[in-house]
Design a protein around this ligand. Sequence first.
Ligand SMILES: *[C@@H]1O[C@H](CO)[C@@H](O)[C@H](O)[C@H]1NC(C)=O
Ligand SMILES: *[C@@H]1O[C@H](CO)[C@@H](O)[C@H](O)[C@H]1NC(C)=O
Ligand SMILES: *[C@@H]1O[C@H](CO)[C@@H](O)[C@H](O)[C@H]1NC(C)=O
Length: 237
Amino acid sequence: MDLKTQLSNFKNMEKQLRQKLGASEVKTLLSTAVYMFSIGSNDYLVPFITNSTVLQSYSKKEYVKMVIGNITTVIQEIYKIGGRKFGLSKLLPLGCPPISRALEIVRTGGSGCMEEVTLLSKLHNRALPKALKELKSQLKGCTYSIFDAYTAGTAIFNNPSKYGFEEVKMACCGSGPLRASITCGQKVYQLCDNVSEYFFFDGIHPTEKANYQFAKLMWDGSPEIVKPYNLKTLFEK
Ligand SMILES: *[C@@H]1O[C@H](CO)[C@@H](O)[C@H](O)[C@H]1NC(C)=O
Ligand SMILES: *[C@@H]1O[C@H](CO)[C@@H](O)[C@H](O)[C@H]1NC(C)=O
Ligand SMILES: *[C@@H]1O[C@H](CO)[C@@H](O)[C@H](O)[C@H]1NC(C)=O
């Protein structure tokens, strides 16, 4: 479901709620809620996975600008119907999930992360806080939290055992090199013995254990990793 459709569903829900609860109650509800976005990875990864030429019609900078612009527009729309608190996350180094490593093997025979996609994540991660700062200055009462998944992920990838992981390159479930193909649960796939050793469940999605660590940092992490407030503080504001 694309972002436009999600926004339109949200608007419908707001209408239904108004009929049920009345306008003022809904306004309070919407203005105290925290709107969390997990967004962007597909915008940068899918063109590579599908061999799409979309990235060729933009410069990297322009493409990132479009993605950020789309997110910004949706935040503005949610603000218009009463949303005030937004929780977002920077992107992982997107060259490093198994699916990107497998693409790198196919493309170059290399065994590392796919730097081209990581570069896009870096550009996105730089643009996101700027866009939110700008929004905050335009939209009265708007606040937000940004979790730095790039830094948190890199720390784990560089020192897996420190965080309780044994495998950060290969997926637990899937097929092909690094079990990176997203075929988990389909006709032919392999499953690892112990998912708790893995950072990635499939070619792109982190395991429950990885997500738990990230969730904890988002919730009450220090300002180095979640800015300008963590989610706990954002909820209390
Ligand atoms: C993309 O291109 C690569 C290399 O040419 C090829 O192996 C792969 O099957 C293509 N993927 C898709 C989804 O078309
Ligand atoms: C994203 O932004 C571009 C450029 O402004 C626009 O053409 C496109 O329709 C937007 N996509 C969505 C889903 O809003
Ligand atoms: C699975 O891995 C975790 C993390 O390394 C470990 O604590 C646990 O004992 C393992 N479970 C089994 C059944 O080996």
